[in-house]
Design a protein around this ligand. Structure first.
Ligand SMILES: [Fe+2]
Length: 230
């Protein structure tokens, strides 16, 4: 049986996910944050898990990844999207690639929009959507090869092909919401749901004025090489 733990970074409202197979005790961690290295690795040990991979949804601009540090201490592989442009990842994922976890597989879905190389991970009727699809929103599209057109297409043509009951676990939420479903987002998402047309979303993205991320100049260069080793 696949189990999931949703972990929260208070500084940046980032969700990290620990996903494991109860039988084999194999685990992967999605989008770990450097500051939470001790918390996350302690939990992995406490649960008696063997970490087999660090999965990144994209090159984050708001925090530094713990990927390289976890690889250094736990000897695991780092997975990134093949279009992310990162250096030093062990596996570069293309659309449809599978990652083994116990008897199950995690599917990588290339969902560009927030960044060119964004990946959504699917396992056990759950989608880990990174910053492509949020609960009632979508990630900004104004840097890192972002494209509103791509976000719209990734959501409509890829994520919304999953069943209504599929759970949506994003990389961030700033209001305390933790999980949604494909059915809810298809119906009500103000950016990519049935309530808006593609042209309207693209136009509204152009008009949005967003603050420059506080840690952008430190986080992006660090994350382009999977974060610091120590
Ligand atoms: Fe992001």
């Amino acid at each position: 049986m696949i189990k999931t733990r949703q972990l929260f970074d208070q500084g940046t409202c980032t969700y990290t996910y620990l996903i494991f197979d109860d039988e084999s005790k194999e685990a992967v961690i999605i989008d770990p944050v450097l500051e939470n290295f001790t918390r996350d690795t302690t939990l992995i040990k406490k649960l008696g898990l063997t970490l087999v991979g660090v999965l990144e949804t994209h090159v984050h601009a708001d925090h530094i990844t713990a990927a390289n540090k976890i690889r250094h201490y736990m000897n695991v592989k780092i997975y990134f999207g093949s279009k992310s442009g990162v250096k030093g990842a062990d596996v570069l994922l293309d659309d449809g690639d599978q990652i083994n976890l116990g008897k199950e597989n995690i599917t990588a879905i290339h969902t560009p929009g927030h960044t060119k190389g964004s990946i959504t991970y699917y396992i056990d009727d759950k989608l880990f959507t990174g910053d492509t699809l949020f609960i009632g929103g979508t990630g900004r599209t104004d840097f890192q090869g972002g494209s509103a057109k791509d976000t719209y297409s990734s959501c409509k043509n890829k994520l919304f092909t999953y069943s209504d009951e599929t759970l949506v676990y994003p990389a961030h939420n700033y209001e305390g919401l933790t999980v949604s479903t494909i059915g809810e987002e298809r119906q009500w998402n103000p950016n990519v749901g049935d309530v808006i047309k593609e042209e309207e979303f693209i136009e509204s993205e152009k008009r949005k004025e967003r603050p420059y991320p506080r840690k952008f100049d430190i986080a992006v260069p660090a994350n382009m090489s999977c974060g610091p080793k120590d």
